[in-house]
Design a protein around this ligand. Structure first.
Ligand SMILES: Cc1cc2nc3c(=O)[nH]c(=O)nc-3n(C[C@H](O)[C@H](O)[C@H](O)COP(=O)(O)OP(=O)(O)OC[C@H]3O[C@@H](n4cnc5c(N)ncnc54)[C@H](O)[C@@H]3O)c2cc1C
Length: 376
């Protein structure tokens, strides 16, 4: 089988590895428009349930990721000089570049051709030359846009803007920091992903975010000043990040002929629940499993979508509740701590009210958080 994969993110590279594992005779080519050492973003989160799912499907991959993972179970909210910290629900994070490097190494070892710095050829040509085209070209997938009518694509833009920054300091677990400005609240989500490194994601209404499109040095300085007490002298970097607007992507169908959508091209989940990477990797497992279990391509692609659509839609529901909570954060601020923190932790329904405990209150450390709805 000739398999052409558009996009060398986690979804595309993992699909390539698994397709080769399925049958080494498969000819697999990945086109990635960026150079091998260039990508967007900083660290990405995997929840414990997400890691369990990967471990069950593919223990080898799970074991290979282990050395790169930074773990925590503390979550805190900082507002108006006060903090509320709780613990229990386990998370891990990995640098996106490390994850991609592991997957790329496996691709090369298993005989996948990865073409870096090369945009994919036009879709109609690829579809004619390959038995299967996997569109793993991300949230802004041009493949999907080109066939938006056939895929039945809908986009729901979020009201807030975000900038995905990095900090040269490892935060103690997941920290939400809320600063109030004349333009409205600015929220930072920070978590460690490597030694001395954290993701530092900032979101704000358009009028609180700098007007310029790219996060240039002055804007980073402004953000660093706003969150100075939490950064404790650490500096922020923007990498390739720009002020962006997240959009929820949905598609009526995930395949059209021999072209199939995978990962963010098929479905996005708001970054505040940190699940898109694990979902894209889960899609890769399901697609290659379906190819193994079904002889005709249409049957395999239908089985892939049937297996993954409910999982993606369930996560999109959780993510929708989370994104709406952050969109309406102005109304939550009046509650102050600990009410604000409790509302934040329980926003998606995965953590129950009874499980939130103030770590600073020694009488109250008994009930650790647990996932209410696990399984990504
Ligand atoms: C701010 C933010 C924070 C996030 N935090 C987390 C987190 O903590 N945990 C988590 O699990 N997920 C997180 N995500 C989501 C996660 O980044 C995505 O869900 C995940 O990267 C999806 O993988 P993918 O392979 O589908 O797409 P991508 O990783 O986006 O990869 C798509 C690739 O396709 C390439 N490409 C596009 N068009 C072409 C073309 N025409 N030719 C060749 N190449 C092309 C792109 O260069 C890119 O490398 C976050 C997302 C954002 C925006």
């Amino acid at each position: 089988m000739r398999i052409g994969i558009i996009g060398g993110g986690p979804g595309g590279l993992y699909t390539a590895v698994l397709a080769k594992r399925l049958d080494p005779r498969h000819e697999v080519v990945v086109w990635e428009r960026d150079a091998a050492d260039r990508t967007y973003g900083f660290g990405v989160i995997f929840s414990d349930p997400a890691l369990e799912v990967i471990g069950r499907a593919d223990p080898r991959t799970r074991a290979a990721l282990e050395p790169w993972l930074v773990r925590w179970n503390r979550m805190s909210v900082h507002h108006r000089g006060e903090a509320f910290t709780t613990a229990g629900l386990g998370f891990a994070a990995i640098a996106r570049v490390s994850l991609l490097a592991v997957l790329r190494r496996w691709c090369l070892r298993s005989g996948v051709t990865v073409l870096h710095g090369r945009p994919a050829p036009p879709l109609e040509r690829l579809a004619a030359e390959c038995d299967l085209v996997v569109a793993a070209d991300g949230a802004h997938s041009a493949t999907r846009t080109g066939r938006a009518g056939r895929f039945g694509t809908t986009l729901r833009p979020c009201a807030l803007r975000y900038a995905w920054l990095g900090a040269d300091r490892a935060f103690d677990g997941m920290s939400f920091m809320i600063a109030e400005t004349a333009g409205g609240p600015v929220v930072a989500h920070a978590y460690p992903y490597a030694d001395g490194r954290s993701t530092f994601l900032v979101e704000a209404r358009a009028d609180a975010a700098p007007a310029q499109e790219s996060v240039q040095a002055p804007a980073v300085d402004r953000i660093a000043r706003l969150f100075g007490e939490h950064l404790g002298g650490a500096s922020l970097t923007a990498g390739r990040s720009r002020w962006s607007r997240f959009a929820v992507v949905r598609n009526r169908t995930w395949w059209d002929g021999n072209v199939v959508l995978l990962g963010d091209a098929a479905h996005t989940t708001h970054y505040s629940i940190g699940s898109g990477t694990a979902l894209a990797m889960g899609d890769a497992v399901a697609l290659t499993t379906a190819l193994r279990e079904h002889s005709g391509l249409p049957a395999a692609l239908a089985a892939y979508e049937a297996a993954r659509r409910p999982v993606a839609e369930r996560m999109q529901q959780v993510a929708q509740a989370s994104l709406e909570w952050f969109e309406g954060i102005d109304a939550e601020l009046a509650a102050g701590l600990p009410g604000l923190a409790t509302a934040l932790f329980t926003r998606g329904g995965r953590v129950s009210l009874a499980d939130v405990r103030d770590l600073e209150d020694p009488a109250d450390v008994t009930g650790p958080l647990r996932a209410v709805a696990a399984g990504r």
